[in-house]
Design a protein around this ligand. Structure first.
Ligand SMILES: [Fe+2]
Ligand SMILES: [Fe+2]
Ligand SMILES: [Fe+2]
Ligand SMILES: [Fe+2]
Length: 400
């Protein structure tokens, strides 16, 4: 069965507004929920946040009052969707537990996208990035054990392994080297546009989250680790956003955003294990179909093309949260030493990389290294969750 969002009927915009009672959703069960349900919630929070921010940017560049009014009406619904989605998270999880879930999203979402991406240059961008968030997960898991005396397996539930990736201190690159080449909007596969938007949105929300929660800690090592990793998430946003062709018109970008929302809600509706959450994905899909119809109208009127010229004839296979252990281990064995140079990748440190490293380290060990040493000193060993045997990277963390 194929699903073509351009040919499905959604919920009329006038019927999409929800009252307080409807916005007051019951959160998922913190102890028994499927970790991947939490991952889908975090992903959609990032997507809705991007929908709202993008619409604001659009409005700030749009001189037509009527269109700004329509953008405002749809945006208010996106804002309600964001509240419903993010308020599914139960309040009992600590900030650090939520952080570990954010990195689990970054790992298993980006790994899925890397596996499915048809364009080899874009695929490489996802493979490169995923090994970094994989390492963040390991650093935060050690911080978690150290300051909350709990183990990350409680959160990731053995679905995602926790062990060193590309060491976090080596993610601090010269900003110039974080800018990739974009896909070409005239020839790219429609799926590639969706992938880039999805991963960019997820990284953007991770950056904003760390920016905001990092200083809420009192422990110096926690404050410093969040500060360090938040700066890497800034690099990741730069890395992924630069994959999107900047020549797309505002109408085309709007169309892609709404289409991607349809794709993800449809994907998560198809794969959700929690029936109550699944109902929300289905309801929001109904809303997005109407957003897409409105965006398609604008696209026809102002861009002058038909949406069929840029969108796929049917939705690609659903984005699925599932373990990617073997795939990640292959990347660990082959891509751990990569860094970027200009818009490409190289196997060794180069001059601009080394200069940036020296400038940002200032002769000191970064928090991402100290957190492992400190946890070893306190817990007698560092924290890892290697469910498939020892790491193939053969790498001693902390040795540089
Ligand atoms: Fe939305
Ligand atoms: Fe990360
Ligand atoms: Fe990231
Ligand atoms: Fe939307």
């Amino acid at each position: 069965m194929t699903f073509d969002p351009l040919r499905e009927r959604g919920i009329p915009l006038d019927d999409q507004l929800r009252n307080w009672r409807e916005l007051n959703v019951t959160p998922i069960d913190p102890d028994h929920a499927d970790p991947y349900t939490r991952c889908r919630i975090i992903t959609m929070n990032g997507i809705e946040t991007e929908a709202v921010l993008f619409s604001h940017q659009f409005a700030r560049h749009c001189p037509d009052l009527e269109i700004r009014q329509q953008l405002a009406r749809v945006r208010y619904i996106e804002a309600q969707q964001q509240k419903v989605v993010n308020w599914l998270l139960p309040g009992v999880a600590s900030v650090l537990e939520t952080t570990i879930a954010y990195e689990q999203v970054a790992v298993d979402l980006t790994a899925w996208v890397a596996r499915m991406e048809p364009d080899p240059y874009l695929k490489q961008a996802y493979q490169f990035g995923v090994l970094e968030d994989f390492d963040h997960l390991y650093r935060y898991a050690n911080l978690y054990e150290m300051i909350e005396h709990r183990k990350a397996e409680k959160i990731v539930d053995g679905l995602t392994e926790v062990m060193p990736g590309r060491p976090t201190y080596r993610h601090h690159r010269d900003p110039m080297d974080n800018v990739r080449q974009p896909y070409d909007r005239s020839i790219t596969e429609p799926l590639s546009r969706l992938h880039a938007l999805t991963v960019m949105s997820a990284e953007q929300q991770t950056m904003n989250f760390y920016n905001n929660v990092g200083p809420l800690y009192m422990e110096p090592i926690a404050r410093q680790l969040y500060q360090e990793i938040a700066l890497i998430e800034e690099e990741h946003v730069t890395h992924y956003e630069s994959l999107v062709d900047p020549g797309e018109s505002w109408w085309e970008m709007l169309l892609n955003h709404e289409y991607n929302e349809c794709y993800l809600y449809y994907s998560f509706m198809e794969t959700e294990s929690d029936p109550k959450v699944k109902n929300i994905w289905e309801l929001h899909l109904g809303m997005e179909l109407e957003h897409l119809r409105l965006a398609a109208e604008l696209f026809r009127r102002f861009d002058g093309r038909d949406p069929d010229q840029v969108l796929a004839p049917a939705l690609p296979p659903p984005v699925t949260f599932e373990p990617n252990k073997g795939y990640l281990r292959d990347l660990l064995a082959t891509q751990i030493d990569l860094t970027t140079l200009g818009t490409g990748y190289v196997g060794e440190a180069h001059e601009r990389f080394t200069r940036m490293q020296e400038a940002v380290m200032g002769g000191e060990q970064p928090a991402s290294e100290r957190v492992i040493e400190d946890n070893r000193a306190i817990s007698g060993r560092e924290y890892r969750l290697e469910t498939e045997g020892p790491s193939p990277a053969g790498l001693q963390p902390g040795s540089h």
